[in-house]
Design a protein. Structure first.
Length: 151
């Protein structure tokens, strides 16, 4: 959902030059481009692989101070968006794709010490991810673990 070739980079001329740049052998310096988007965009023209993404109405989303301020600038804010309609066609939320890739590649944050998958999907990741086991600090800035007491 970031169109680097058009407006998301704030430096579109240089981004397009990098996407077209070739080495001394005539090969692209960026050898493989994957675009995941809900819309046909300028980036699709550069893509070797296009994955159909969902819109914000079809997926779970998390907005956090770790991502960007979405409310008051002087305090931590977390928000969780819930889907209101199911995804259409072959669309899959990109967050789900990332959880799947991390699990299949057995990246340490996505598997247990025995190598088993740690998160079944993105909502599970949102709830249960911790920066380290037992830290109580997860994906959301305000989350402090299951044992946290509410005031």
């Amino acid at each position: 959902m970031a169109n680097m070739a058009w407006n998301s980079s704030m430096n579109t001329v240089d981004v397009r030059a990098m996407l077209n740049d070739k080495d001394e052998h005539g090969e692209f310096k960026i050898p493989f481009v994957v675009v995941c988007d809900a819309f046909q965009s300028e980036m699709v023209s550069y893509a070797d692989l296009v994955l159909p993404d969902t819109t914000y109405l079809e997926r779970h989303d998390v907005m956090s101070m770790l991502d960007r301020p979405i409310s008051e600038f002087d305090g931590p804010v977390d928000a969780v968006r819930l889907p209101v309609v199911p995804p259409t066609g072959q669309c899959k939320p990109f967050q789900e794709v990332l959880i799947e890739l991390g699990s299949r590649l057995k990246l340490p944050a996505f598997v247990t010490t025995s190598g088993a998958r740690k998160f079944k999907n993105y909502p599970d990741f949102i709830i249960n991810y911790e920066i380290e086991p037992g830290a109580g600090i997860g994906f959301l800035a305000g989350w402090r673990g299951r044992a946290a007491k509410s005031s």
